[in-house]
Design a protein around this ligand. Structure first.
Ligand code: AMP
Length: 391
């Protein structure tokens, strides 16, 4: 590993600025899902156990550099206190003196870092100020690592820095899946559009042995090969791009797997009239909503023969019955192979996490990243400034 961890730091008596992601969903002033707070608990507990004082830095929402009362982290404080099981001191305007005066065993939460534009501008003055508050910087917010902000990158260059346990766990899982994977590696990329995942596809064809393309984006590839996709979601203007990706895959020895049969329907609705047809038989007035059983059988055979799998995006409109069938049957195979110890499986991205949860297989996956943008940028092969800064 190129980055330091908590194991490499002497935390005793130190103020440890700890970048966390507690951007939790809230309704009517109450946090509705505290899982993000639960995930930072090991890091906070360990810093305290080793004699350090964790001072949490976090953003909340997008206040665009201004004070927005509803986006004050004071609203999240009760959930942080409850989930961490500790008294947490909330400080709106921090100073080194105030932090030095705190007794051992204290935990601090600082007000929303994004209340100043200096955060998102990665202004050196803000980085300097943050660095003056602490002795060590610990980044436990992988989900914010794709942004070069003062509290993720700027401060990391000014203090001895390390990854927190959650960041460490995420980085190891991602390394195992794509940087140094056990081969063969299969990637499953689905979802709505090719246009949002161009960089992702271009990077993956160079890295994986098999690439399953599903969902609406498969239609663009099928159409580019002359297949009639009727009224399906399809980016016809990206036909050249799709052919270019197929060519790159061919040159790199990456097998592309597209649907051979599809489930079609005539309206975008649950439990509507539908049929499964050969991929070449989509009527002009129909839409493709899912991969058919033969396609999934083929995908599952590839999964069964692979050692590593990385997934982003569903094979169909999984939110509408019965168009989740392809995705769910595939997810069951991934779960089975992972449970048997034959597969390392990593999935990430908002809709993917929703599909994995809907299939009830979240516990079987080796790792599920909830990092969204950072996970995608990492899959695209981009450098994550928040991670680089820890090196
Ligand atoms: P993404 O956010 O790009 O991963 O896209 C996920 C969305 O793609 C889900 O909401 C799916 O319903 C949608 N999707 C998957 N397959 C299709 C399809 N064949 N036609 C239209 N939308 C689809």
């Amino acid at each position: 590993m190129a980055w330091k961890t908590l194991d490499d730091m002497d935390l005793n008596g130190k103020i440890v600025l700890t970048r966390v992601d507690i951007n939790v969903p809230m309704k009517d002033g109450r946090v509705t899902d505290a899982s993000r707070i639960e995930r930072i608990k090991p890091t906070i507990d360990e810093i305290i156990a080793k004699g350090g004082v964790p001072v949490m830095l976090a953003h909340y929402g997008r206040p665009k550099g201004e004070y927005v009362a509803e986006l004050s982290l004071s609203h999240v404080l009760p959930a942080v206190t409850e989930t961490l099981g500790r008294d947490v001191t909330f400080i709106e305007k921090p100073s080194r003196e105030a932090l030095d005066a705190l007794p051992a065993g204290s935990v601090v939460l600082i007000e929303n870092t994004r209340f100043s534009n200096m955060e998102t501008d990665n202004d050196p003055r803000m980085a300097q100020f943050l660095a003056s508050l602490g002795d060590i910087f610990c980044n436990d917010a992988f989900s914010a690592a794709h942004r070069a902000h003062a509290s993720t990158t700027g401060v990391a260059h000014l203090l001895p820095s390390c990854a927190g346990r959650l960041m460490q766990q995420e980085l190891s899982a991602l390394e195992t899946a794509l940087s140094k994977p056990e081969r063969p590696v299969v990637a499953v990329v689905g979802g709505a559009k090719v246009s949002t995942k161009l960089d992702l596809l271009s990077n993956l064809v160079r890295k994986v042995d098999h690439l399953v393309i599903g969902g609406g984006m498969a239609n663009t590839f099928l159409a580019a090969q002359g297949v009639n996709v009727g009224k399906s979601l399809c980016e016809h203007d990206l036909a050249d791009t799709a052919r270019d990706i197929l060519k790159k895959a061919d040159e790199a020895g990456c097998e592309i797997i597209l649907p051979v049969d599809v489930t079609i329907a005539w309206e975008f609705a649950a439990n509507t009239k539908h049929e499964t047809v050969d991929v070449t038989a989509c009527p002009d007035d129909a839409m493709i909503f899912d991969a058919g059983p033969q396609s999934v059988e083929r995908i599952n055979a590839v999964i069964a023969a692979s050692k590593t799998l990385i997934m982003n995006g569903p094979l169909g409109v999984f939110e509408l019955e019965p168009f989740g069938t392809g995705t769910f049957v595939m997810l069951a195979e991934i779960a089975k192979q992972t449970d048997a110890g034959a597969l390392i499986s990593v999935a990430g991205g908002g809709d993917t996490v929703a599909a994995v949860n809907a299939a009830g297989v979240a516990d079987s996956f080796t790792y599920i990243s909830t990092a969204g943008g950072a996970f995608l940028e990492w899959m695209e092969g981009k450098e994550l400034p928040g991670v680089t800064a820890l090196g």
